[in-house]
Design a protein around this ligand. Structure first.
Ligand code: ADP
Length: 730
C-alpha cells in the first residue's frame, strides 16, 4: 500500500513519510490500515520486533487527532517515555502538541489537557485516573506498547486494569495494542474487542541458530566455521568474526555483573581493530560518560567505551544509557553487553545478537530459570539493521552437543508462549480493587465483579467461581484494614482508603505504615527508613552471605528505634525480611548522612542508579506516610517530614534549609555551611566573597544560587573569592 492511499490521515502525512524514506507501508502496516486502524477501529498488532509497529500507532493517533480527538500512548518503561516523546515531537511542526506525563498531575494537568498526544507509563495513567485528571475523559485513542507485558507478574495487572478503566470511561475508545509475536494473539484481540494483525513478517531477513564448538549452526542448515583461538570464550570468537564483516554485536547476559565482566573482556577483542579516528571519537564519548557521575560504574563504563565496547543495564544513570545507545547507533561502539531490559524496546539494532545466558536467577523459584521463548525472540529481533546489514543473525550458545539440540528445540524452532493475566495475584488485586471502588468504577460487590469481567484475567480463567473467591478475600482484607466499608452488597472507600488509593500505595504498605506510626510518639530517621523499607512498595537490597550476622547485630543495637515489634530470629522468613529492610534503611541513613555516592554503591554492592532508585522510592513513601499521619492526626508528622527532606537531598539535619535552595545540592550545602553560611537567610546576607569561595570560584553558579535564595543583588562582578572560605571547606 502506498502512503498516499491511507484513508483519514492528515494531508501532510504522506509527504512527511516520503521525506523519511517511507513510500510503501510494510505488509503488517497495510493490513492494519485495511482493518480500519486509521478509521477509529481497535486493533491488536502482534508482529516481530523492528517491523514498524510505531508507525501503526502513529497512523492511529494522527487520524484520531485529525478527527478532533486526543491520543494517549502507554509505554512499558519510564526510560522509553522520552524516546517516544522525541519521536512524536517531529509532528509538532504540523501544529500538534506532545506531552509526557511525569506524574505530578496537579502541576501538569493544564498542559496535558491541551496536548494532542500524551505519553505515559501505565502506572502514571492509573494514577491520573485515580486522581480524576479531567483530560482522561477526552481521550479518543489509546495505544498500549508491548502489551504482552500484561503477563508480567509485577506490572502487568496495572496495565490490564488501566485499559479496562479507560475503555469503561469511553466505550467508543479506539484501543491499539502493540505486541511482540505471542502464542494467543487472537485471545488478546477478543479481550479488547479488536481486529487482529498477526504476522511473522520482518523487513530484514533473520537467521537464527546456536553456536557450538567451532561453528555457528543456523536454522537453514548452514554451518559457519568459526575458529576459537586458544582458550578464549565463544563470544570473543563471534565478536571478532562480526568485526571482520564490519558489523556490531549485541550480547545479552543475565546479570549486571556479567554485563560488566563481558564488556571488559570483549573490549580487548575490539580495541585491536580500532582506527585512530575511532579511538579519538570514543575518547570523547568516554569523557562524557565520566562527566555524568563520579562513580566506579561510570569509570568502568568509560574504560570499556574507550576500547569500543560497553555494558548496558538498569543500574546505569539515564545519561549513561543514552550515550551508550547513541554511540552504538553511530557504529562507534562495536559491542554492547546488556541485561534484557534493553531488548524490551530501546531501538538498538545490530548485525549480530548473541544470547549468551538463556537462564537467569528467578527469585520466585529461588534459582536459575530459563528465559521465555518470547523474551529470547525479542532479543533475536534486535539483529539486523534494515538498509545497513544484508541480514541479521542471532544465536544462542551451547556447551554440549545435547545442549545444541535442546536450544534448537526450546528456542529456535519454538513458538512463543501465550500471554497469561497475572491479575489474580494478591498484591495486584488488593491494589486494584481498592482503586476501582475509590475512583468510582464500582460501588458494590456485583458492580466490582462486572468491572473485573472486562479484564484479560476474566477472559482467560476457566475455573468457575475463582474470580469471585479471590475478589471476596481481597475485599475482606480491605475491610479489615478500614480502607473499604461494606454494607450488604454495597461497597465504599473510607476516607483513608481514598487517600491510600490516590497516593498510589499498595494497601498492604499503607497498613504497615499506619500500624508502625500508630504506636509511636516520636521516631528517629532510622526508624522511619526501616518502616518504609518494610513495605511491599520498596524493593529491598538483597542479603548476601555474611550480611545476616552483621545486620542481626545491628538489629539488636538499634532495636529501640524500630517502629513495630521485631520478629524473633526463629521466624525465619519474617526475620530475613526485617534484615533486608534494615540493610536498605542503613543505606538510606548513609545517604542522609552525606556519605559519598560511590562509597554507598560500593558498600552495598549496587550501581549508582540503584541508590537513586531507593532514594526516590523512600522519598515517595515517606511523603505518603506524612499524609497518612496528618490524616490520622498523629503527632509524628514533623519527624517524618524531616526524614523525608533529608533523604530527598541526602543531607544531615543541619543542612535541610540550605539544600532546599535550587542549585545547591548536598556537597555545596556542606561547603557553604562550613564557611559559616547555615541557611537561606545567611545566603541572602553573606559576604559574596565567602559565598564565592565556598562555591570554588564558580561565579555563575554563585549568582544563580543567590537568586534562588531570594537575594536581590546577585552580581559577582569584581568579587574575589575569600580563600579562607575555601580552605575551611576542604
Ligand atoms: P517496532 O516498533 O516494531 O520495533 P519500529 O517502529 O521501531 O519497529 O520500526 C523500525 C524501523 O523501521 C524504524 O526505523 C522505522 O523508521 C522503519 N520503518 C517503519 N515503517 C517503515 C516502512 N513502511 N518503510 C520503511 N521503513 C519503515
Amino acid at each position: 500500500m502506498n502512503v498516499d492511499d491511507v484513508p483519514e490521515v492528515p494531508e501532510w502525512l504522506p509527504g512527511h513519510l516520503r521525506d523519511d524514506g517511507i513510500e510503501e507501508l510494510y505488509p503488517p502496516q497495510a493490513e492494519a490500515v485495511e482493518k480500519g486502524v486509521t478509521e477509529g477501529d481497535s486493533l491488536v498488532a502482534s508482529v516481530p520486533t523492528a517491523s514498524g509497529k510505531t508507525l501503526i500507532a502513529e497512523l492511529a493517533m494522527l487520524s484520531s487527532v485529525a478527527r478532533g480527538g486526543k491520543a494517549l500512548y502507554i509505554v512499558p518503561l519510564r526510560a522509553l517515555a522520552s524516546e517516544k516523546q522525541e519521536e512524536f515531537e517531529q509532528f509538532e511542526r504540523y501544529g500538534l502538541s506532545v506531552g509526557v506525563s511525569t506524574g505530578n498531575y496537579e502541576s501538569e494537568g493544564e498542559w496535558l489537557s491541551s496536548s494532542d498526544i500524551v505519553v505515559a507509563t501505565s502506572e502514571k495513567v492509573d494514577s491520573l485516573v485515580r486522581n480524576g485528571a479531567s483530560w482522561i475523559d477526552d481521550l479518543s485513542c489509546v495505544v498500549s506498547d508491548e502489551v504482552h507485558l500484561v503477563d508480567d507478574a509485577h506490572r502487568g495487572p496495572t496495565l490490564e486494569v488501566t485499559l479496562a478503566k479507560l475503555r469503561r470511561l469511553n466505550p467508543n475508545l479506539q484501543t491499539v495494542a502493540l505486541s511482540a509475536t505471542v502464542g494467543n494473539a487472537e485471545e488478546m484481540a477478543d479481550w479488547l474487542d479488536a481486529e487482529l494483525v498477526d504476522s511473522d513478517w520482518r523487513p530484514i531477513d533473520l537467521r537464527t541458530g546456536v553456536h557450538y564448538g567451532q561453528a555457528l549452526h543456523f536454522d537453514d542448515g548452514e554451518k559457519r566455521e568459526l575458529p576459537v583461538r586458544g582458550n578464549e570464550k565463544p563470544t570473543s570468537a563471534i565478536v571478532r568474526d562480526t568485526l571482520d564483516e564490519d558489523g556490531s554485536t549485541l550480547v545479552f547476559v543475565n546479570s549486571r555483573r556479567n554485563a560488566e565482566g563481558a564488556a571488559k573482556r570483549l573490549a580487548g577483542v575490539v580495541s585491536e581493530t580500532l582506527s585512530n579516528e575511532e579511538q579519538e571519537a570514543l575518547g570523547e564519548v568516554a569523557d562524557a560518560i565520566r562527566e555524568v557521575s563520579d562513580t566506579d560504574t561510570s569509570d568502568d563504563l568509560a574504560a570499556a567505551v574507550e576500547r569500543g565496547a560497553a555494558f548496558h543495564h538498569a543500574g546505569l544513570a539515564r545519561d549513561h544509557r543514552s550515550l551508550v545507545e547513541g554511540a552504538f547507533q553511530d557504529r562507534l561502539i562495536k559491542v554492547v553487553c546488556a541485561t534484557p531490559t534493553l531488548a524490551a524496546g530501546v531501538n538498538t539494532p545490530s548485525r549480530r545478537v548473541v544470547v549468551r545466558d538463556w537462564r537467569r536467577y528467578d527469585g520466585s523459584v529461588g534459582g536459575m530459570a530459563p528465559l521465555s521463548v518470547l523474551e529470547v525472540h525479542q532479543m533475536f529481533g534486535r539483529a539486523g539493521r534494515p538498509g545497513l546489514d544484508p541480514y541479521g543473525e542471532a544465536v544462542l550458545l551451547a556447551n554440549s552437543h545435547d545442549e545444541l539440540d535442546e536450544l534448537f528445540e526450546r528456542y529456535v524452532w519454538a513458538d512463543p508462549e501465550a500471554v497469561r493475566s497475572k491479575l489474580a495475584a494478591e498484591p495486584a488485586l488488593r491494589t486494584h480493587v481498592l482503586a476501582t471502588v475509590a475512583s468510582g468504577f464500582a460501588d458494590s460487590r456485583s458492580s466490582l465483579l462486572s468491572f473485573l469481567e472486562r479484564t484479560l484475567y476474566a477472559t482467560q480463567t476457566d475455573e468457575p467461581g475463582r474470580l469471585e473467591r479471590v475478589t471476596d478475600d481481597v475485599v475482606a482484607y480491605l475491610v479489615a484494614n478500614e480502607f473499604l466499608e461494606k454494607e450488604g452488597d454495597s461497597l465504599a472507600a473510607t476516607s483513608i482508603g481514598h487517600t491510600v488509593s490516590r497516593l498510589y500505595l499498595d494497601p498492604m504498605s499503607a497498613a504497615e505504615i499506619i500500624d508502625g506510626l500508630r504506636g509511636a510518639t516520636d521516631a528517629t530517621a532510622m526508624g522511619l527508613y526501616h518502616l518504609v523499607s518494610r513495605t511491599p512498595d520498596m524493593y529491598d537490597l538483597y542479603l548476601r552471605s555474611g550480611d545476616r550476622e552483621q545486620y542481626t547485630m545491628l538489629a539488636y543495637e538499634r532495636e529501640s528505634e524500630f517502629l513495630g515489634a521485631m520478629p524473633s530470629e526463629f521466624e525465619d522468613a519474617r526475620f530475613e525480611d526485617w534484615l533486608s529492610a534494615l540493610k536498605t534503611a542503613r543505606m538510606l541513613e548513609d545517604w542522609a548522612g552525606e556519605v559519598e555516592e560511590d562509597r554507598i554503591a560500593e558498600r552495598y554492592g549496587v550501581g549508582p542508579g540503584d541508590v537513586r532508585g531507593k532514594v526516590d522510592t523512600a522519598e515517595w513513601l515517606l511523603g505518603a506516610a506524612e499524609r497518612l499521619a496528618g490524616e490520622l492526626d498523629l503527632t509524628i508528622a514533623p519527624a517524618i517530614r524531616e526524614a523525608r527532606v533529608r533523604v530527598k537531598h541526602g543531607v544531615g539535619e543541619d543542612l535541610i534549609d540550605l539544600a532546599g535552595v535550587r542549585g545547591v545540592g548536598r556537597k555545596r550545602a556542606r561547603r557553604l555551611y562550613e564557611a559559616g553560611i547555615e541557611d537561606r537567610s545567611d545566603l541572602r546576607n553573606a559576604e559574596k566573597s565567602v559565598v564565592l569561595g565556598a562555591l570554588r570560584g564558580r561565579r555563575q553558579t554563585a549568582e544563580s544560587i543567590l537568586e534562588n535564595a531570594g537575594r536581590e543583588d546577585t552580581s559577582m562582578d569584581g568579587v574575589r573569592e575569600d580563600p579562607d572560605a575555601k580552605s575551611t571547606a576542604l
